[in-house]
Design a protein around this ligand. Sequence first.
Ligand code: HT9
Ligand code: FE2
Length: 414
Amino acid sequence: MAAENLGRKAPPASDAPLAEGAVVSAATDAVKDGAKWASAPTSYDAILLASFGGPEGQDDVIPFLRNVTAGRGIPDARLEEVAVHYRAHGGVSPINEQNRELLAALEAEIARRGINLPVYWGNRNWGPYVVDAVHAAHEAGATKLLGLATSAYSSYSSCRQYREDFADALEASSLQGVVEIDKVRPYFDHPGFVEPFVEGLVDAVRDLAQGSDAFGAEDIEVLFTTHSVPMSDAAKSGPAELGYGEGGAYFAQHMAVSEVVIAQAQERLAEAGLDLPLHWQLVFQSRSGPPSQPWLEPDINDVIEELPAAGRRAVIVVPIGFVSDHMEVLWDLDNEARESAETAGLAFRRTPTPGVHPAYVAGLVDLLLERINGVPADEREACTDLGPAFDVCRAGCCENERLGFRPAVAGLKP
Ligand SMILES: CC1=C(CCC(=O)O)c2cc3nc(cc4[nH]c(cc5[nH]c(cc1n2)c(C)c5CCC(=O)O)c(CCC(=O)O)c4C)C(CCC(=O)O)=C3C
Ligand SMILES: [Fe+2]
């Protein structure tokens, strides 16, 4: 495949693109030292499914948004704007229902594998809260919990903040020293997480190729999209000693997943005789900080606007940053990005998120078993050169410069 056709985008808040080889090699060397990355077999009493949470009615919207943005310097105007997204959906985020479905699917898959392990679900920003779940688990006699976040990558928002949520919950319930909580590794490159995106991309390309417009590879731009974060968060994502570059592990992991999804999809499309390679790039969405603060770019809508000038007639949006079709997907992609595409005169497809795809659910249970059985790092499933990520976060991993140091569990002590 012609490499020059694969659009690579560095985080453009800086002029210097990331050195391609350098992003990957440091982590690859470190991962060979498996003993440091994989923990010993551990007997857990319960799983703690941890998520973001969302409002369940109009009256919840503003209190929810205040929970999310406490101390974050998000302008009020942005809160008003985001409230509109929830209001348009009756004040209900789809995320809680999606987590109830995931909880049920996990319970079923755990039972199918013959494991006896209850799952408790708790959120960061709305009830049921993590502390409620920890309480319930403890009341049922559990003292050793394995946390599983609905977030696959390394960064403050997607990894460390869950570890802080766990620490906060132990403090609020006075269960420090009584209950212990570990956390499943960032699973961005677990095949179970990647597979639904590959399938979605293959289906979208075939759909566009077979439609009346008969779009070919030259007509299509594939946009892998994820949540933007402040550049300072991105830079501190992952352990500094692995030298991920200025976009940190967050950027490197998304690039690696994009590359794997495009490669696997192209392989399947080639078997179906479709014209390749596809044009693609990694883009960002849902930026919320003040304009003075640099966040990862380019924004998905800005990129879409410029696609016709590059000769594209269709755009396929692959939401690799998200595990379910929550508000950031429904509003920012299915409304806003779709509208940008319409304005630009482009056909638009948005591929599914993992949701409760059987490969994803089975992959999550594989990840739980990895920890229970203490599977060595070199025997773990990971489909990029960056992984598998470590079980116990390195000291300082994904710390937040804006918010300062807060206690977290499931990490090494500085
Ligand atoms: C990396 C990342 C993920 C992906 C990883 C993961 O999935 O965890 C994610 C997911 C989500 N983000 C969500 C919602 C919101 N995020 C906000 C604000 C922010 N997100 C950030 C980052 C991320 N966010 C950041 C750096 C901020 C700025 C404030 C801060 O520094 O923390 C705000 C405030 C208003 C606004 O500014 O948009 C809202 C309402 C929902 C729920 C959707 C629903 O209700 O269905 C979900 C799943
Ligand atoms: Fe967010």
